[in-house]
Design a protein around this ligand. Sequence first.
Ligand code: NAD
Length: 459
Amino acid sequence: MSQDIHRNMQVQRDFFNSFQTRDVNFRIDQLKTLQKAIIAYEERIYQALWEDLHKSEFEAFVTEVGMVLKELSLHIRKLQRWSRPERVSTNQLIHFWSTSRIIREPYGLVLIIAPSNYPFLLLMAPLVGAISAGNCASLKPSELTPHTSEIIAEMMAEFFTPSYISVYQGGVEMSRSLLSEKWDYIFFTGSKVVGQIVMAAASRFLTPVTLELGGKNPCIVDEDANLKRAAARIAWGKLVNAGQTCIAPDYLFVHKKVKQEFLELLKKNIQKYYGANSKESIDYVRIITVQKTERLADFLKGMNTYFGGDMNFSERYISPTILVDVRPEDPVMQEEIFGPILPVMEFETLSEVIGFVNAHEKPLALYYFSRIRKKQDFVLASTSSGGASINDVIVHFASETMPFGGVGSSGMGGYHGKFSFETFSHKRSVLKKATWIDVPLRYPPYRNKLAFVKWAFRR
Ligand code: NAD
């Protein structure tokens, strides 16, 4: 396995060193090829996502395929502009007669490792950035979604040469072999534990990394929130992809005064979305493996279930579930849930909630529902998270004008839109100097030059 990877990488290295990917028109052509490939394989991608996750075509389009197509159109339209050398100002007192530019250049060979929950999106969206920035790429899809991984491998083999983009199917062993190689950039999406393994492997070669990880995302509903809207949005955001979303609201803090009313509204929305029996709904996704279904079921043991709690292991099904009377020490509050279970706790003062959030790792996302601007600002100013939405959940992810990524243990680096191009580009600072003049200030003997230099530095 390692030998094959090594050989393929050598071929990619040769291709990269031919400088073809430096040409912006080449990159735009490749982005268009990827667009064509996805459109040609669209139905097969939906079928694969259905087989792996029981994901409806609507959800597959809105949260995976459509997102990648949107990203592709943006990059195709904007790449010429983004890739132009950026002229920046120069301090002429220090650098007399110079110009300064930042040139975005590709890193070289990049490795993209994807997780199982959005197996198409989270492999293809980073790839768009890698192509845009002029890199060669190697893709490692998740082994837990065999149908989607297979269709991606087939699609890429039909439309791209492996000397430019390769796909490596396989599990942990394959991932380990890939990580033992010297890459120029590694882009990883997955769990925190594997993120640590990736970072350790990258450190051997000082390879830069983006780590898109997970965590427990707090969701706070205050007494003055628009409860109807909040319930509709939270029920959707918690249950899209059956809760297997890195930015799903993990747990809910609801103000004591509105708790009962809010729980009823949540329940009504869930029933409206998935009917009386979510198992029968074609829109309700399954858990990725039986083992992970069992893990989720364990969270329910000994808990007070307000709604749901049905399960069927062989069908990888857990119904939308709301837990009440949850205590911070309960197992469900110890790790990322990553499933359709919403633990609910009540609060009376905002500072209680903020204290709780800040006593834990920095989350990937934070959600706060309130009509009062001052309180919204207060929550944002007193906490930290990768991203946040006010009066909604998840939607900040879908904005191409903002970088998406974590902070602290929820990850490092960001992407989407122009930020994907930036992530996969090295910013090379180039200062160009005239030769017709040479101010002799920097050369010894220094004698009485210091006073002038001090003045110039302070300006
Ligand atoms: P995972 O970490 O188990 O797997 C991700 C990838 O790493 C897979 O391709 C897998 O083959 C590989 N891998 C697994 N174990 C490995 C090991 N020991 N050594 C090397 N490689 C290994 O993640 P998952 O269960 O597929 O996805 C769920 C996690 O991903 C959640 O924590 C979720 O929050 C996170 N996630 C984050 C984002 C984000 O954008 N921040 C998006 C989706 C998922």
